[in-house]
Write a protein that binds this ligand. Structure first.
Ligand code: PLP
Length: 383
């Protein structure tokens, strides 16, 4: 079989070889990290080494990193209603990942959606207006705004949002699952009180992530039991997964410099798509985006047909959000941006990463051009 072109890094990034080594190495650490004996201490050391690396990726203190089973759990933990006396009202941007939009433990009546602009950027004027009603001593706002959207790559104004939220006496959670390792992230610069991360989007193993807290922020545990993770997440730790996450985070931090090159490949891809169809839409093209993400649609060309046709040609991309792939649903992200359902059903997401090359882009454009040509011919015949 010819080499395939994997262009679906936002669904999951291939495991980095160094990560694989670290995971295999850590599987041999048979001690329970809570045990005081030598075997336990060796497992604990692997976890604490990884914790320091994950913390460094976002400029946090290691003790503020809570390892979880992934980005989904980190988001749920962030939205589990913070510990303490206050009553909270939850605000979520309309383009959040479904694991945030579920609202954690917040009821529908205590959750408000913040709209986005047609470019897919959270409308901060709307957020500020909604937060005006919060008075000192009353209900406090907890706001979730992602660092970058998984479908369009649009980078969100998190630092500006944090200022608005803090001025209203609230706290801000940021789902940085897609941004981490693709753009520089610093907890202090973001102004976020909590940041979610997931290992598998940055070449780590699946099933491990973290919620990182700013200084002094506390959370109400979702999983109670033993005292692991500073009593914030019970259960014997996934030592091998966490060790792999640490290495992935370290590689991601040092690999951000390569992102310029990846943005160049992404731009070449979009230029090629526009040459194939002058009607092609590139969503969020006018705003800062992740360097690796392109969400494109050619009117009349169904995403499902393109994804299957590209797969047969050896190219892996997603239709809309990969988390909902397998069933073709209208993207809630594109719907929130005001994209028509017809055009949204044509949207495919191409997402690049460290292993992507110009050959992948050329293979994509060759196959994509062929598919669009065939679709146009059959539409002409049917007319
Ligand atoms: N948040 C975003 C923005 C994502 O794209 C994803 C996965 O696609 C998640 C959260 C969920 O992360 P995980 O797969 O680790 O549960």
């Amino acid at each position: 079989m010819n080499q395939r072109s994997y262009l679906d890094y936002n669904a999951t990034a291939p495991l980095r070889p160094e990560v694989r080594e670290a995971v295999i190495g850590a599987l041999a650490l048979h001690g329970n990290p809570s045990s005081v004996h030598a075997e336990g201490r060796a497992a604990r050391a692997a976890i604490e080494d990884a914790r320091a690396k994950v913390a460094a990726l976002v400029g946090a203190r290691p003790e503020n990193v809570i390892f979880t089973s992934g980005g989904t759990e980190a988001n749920a933990l962030a939205l589990a209603a913070p510990a303490g006396e206050a009553s909270w009202h939850c605000y979520l941007s309309a383009i959040e990942h479904p694991s945030v939009l579920s609202g954690g433990r917040f009821y529908r009546e205590t959750t408000t959606i913040i709209p986005v602009t047609p470019d897919g950027i959270a409308d901060l004027a709307s957020l500020a207006k909604k937060l005006e009603k919060h008075k000192p001593g009353g209900w406090r706002p907890i706001v979730s705004l992602m660092a970058a959207n998984n479908e369009t790559g649009a980078i969100q104004p998190v630092a500006e949002a944090a200022k608005i939220v803090h001025d209203a006496g609230g706290i801000l959670h940021c789902d940085a699952v897609q941004a981490a390792g693709r753009v520089p992230l610093d907890m202090a610069e973001l102004g976020a009180d909590m940041v979610s991360l997931s290992a598998h989007k940055m070449g780590g193993p699946k099933g491990v992530g973290a919620l990182v807290l700013a200084e002094g922020v506390t959370v109400e545990p979702l999983i109670k039991g033993g005292g692991q993770e500073g009593r914030r997440r019970a259960g014997t730790e996934n030592v091998a997964g966490i060790a792999g996450f640490g290495v992935a985070a370290e590689l991601a931090a040092s690999g951000i410099a390569n992102m310029q090159e990846i943005a160049g490949l992404r731009d070449a891809l979009e230029e090629g798509v526009r040459a194939i169809s002058k009607n092609a839409a590139v969503f969020s093209a006018g705003v800062p985006r992740l360097p690796n993400t392109s969400c494109i649609a050619v009117p009349g060309a169904k995403a499902e047909t393109l994804v299957i046709g590209l797969d047969l040609a050896g190219i892996s991309v997603s239709a809309g959000a990969a988390c909902s792939s397998g069933k073709v649903e209208t993207s809630h992200v594109l719907a929130a941006m005001g994209v028509s359902p017809e055009l949204a059903h044509s949207a495919i997401r191409v997402s690049l990463g460290i292993g992507s090359s110009n050959t992948d882009i050329q293979s994509f454009l060759g196959a994509f051009g062929e598919l669009i040509k065939r679709l146009k011919q059959s539409a002409k015949k049917a007319a």
